[in-house]
Write a protein of this length. Structure first.
Length: 310
């Protein structure tokens, strides 16, 4: 590899997400569920750096909290993203991806999806393929249900299995505390538990809550608190009963509302302001019901190129 090519690198920053509404429909014939999934990107970020490789193929390295659980082979969603972009353009994939983790791994906050979106954008810039936005989003959707939102950021409604996005207006800043749990929860297992708990009860078509959309649009944290809902929460709590104590501790610490984030096991707490968020985080840490508590805000931007060394 030449010195010039060794210096080429593109770094993309990608956010975590919280599902402020996750309405889950009945199982579809393909095994997925129709969703009304209201995403909000929050300011915990992974960084994905793409550099040229001397030989064909995609390699990956990873550092940061939880990185020991991240696969470093073709099962990594970021590797699959680079391969998908190369195939889309009929070119060879010869790239190394380096992931710096800060989004919790297997925490229901779309860390793997974020890395896929980051790899897609980083490789697109590195390779100069200038893929139109609509084509990038289509590639994201093929990779996973949450990947398109990781590219878009902000706030959005996801329909279908979550991949069909409509960007939503959102005002102001919402203050969040995330209680991180040890280990992860399998998303398919949580969905299976959700179906089992529902039994034969008819499941309505999932629809976004107009009051929740209005609260986001108006930047009204108190109104948003009254509308937060996650249909997967009962299943996540059944599979990980300790989450009930975490949720109770966050509410006791002054959170306006709390819920399991996505399929868990991270729990998300909405606070009135930055001072309240700090107190909620301290209460959670003191309670011993979580591994760590992280304070952040939303909305946050989607995948963004922050460094480009040509």
């Amino acid at each position: 590899m030449s010195v010039q090519s060794a210096q080429r690198a593109v770094t993309v920053r990608v956010p975590a997400k919280v599902n402020v509404q996750l309405a889950v429909g009945a199982p579809r014939p393909d095994g997925f569920h129709d969703l009304a999934n209201v995403f909000l990107a929050v300011g915990l970020f992974d960084h994905v750096t793409a550099t040229p490789a001397a030989t064909p193929g995609v390699t990956v390295s990873c550092v940061g909290p939880g990185s020991e659980s991240v696969p470093l082979d073709g099962s990594n969603l970021a590797v699959r993203a680079a391969e998908a972009l190369a195939a889309h353009h009929g070119r060879e994939a010869a790239v190394h991806l380096h992931i710096e983790k800060d989004v919790p791994v297997a925490g229901g906050m779309a860390g793997g999806s974020a890395d896929a979106a980051g790899a897609l954008l980083a490789c697109d810039v590195l390779w100069g393929t200038a893929t139109p936005r609509a084509e990038l989003l289509a590639l994201c959707a093929e990779l996973g249900s949450d990947v398109p939102f990781s590219l878009v950021g902000g706030a959005a409604l996801g329909r279908g299995r979550g991949e069909l996005l409509t960007e939503l207006p959102v005002a102001g800043t919402f203050h969040w505390v995330f209680a991180l749990a040890d280990g992860g929860l399998s998303t398919p297992e949580v969905y299976r538990a959700c179906d089992r708990l529902r039994g034969a009860t008819p499941v309505p078509e999932p629809e976004p809550d107009p009051a929740l959309l209005a609260a986001l649009r108006d930047g009204d944290a108190h109104a948003l608190a009254g509308t937060l809902v996650n249909d997967l929460q009962p299943a996540a709590v059944e599979l990980r009963p300790s989450l009930a104590a975490t949720l109770a501790a966050g509410l006791a610490g002054g959170a306006l509302a709390g819920l399991v984030s996505g399929s868990g096991p991270s729990c998300a707490f909405l606070a009135a302001d930055a001072e309240s968020a700090a107190l909620v985080a301290k209460s959670l840490r003191d309670s011993g019901t979580c591994r760590a508590a992280r304070v952040t805000t939303g909305p946050a931007p989607g995948a963004t190129t922050i460094e480009h060394h040509a």
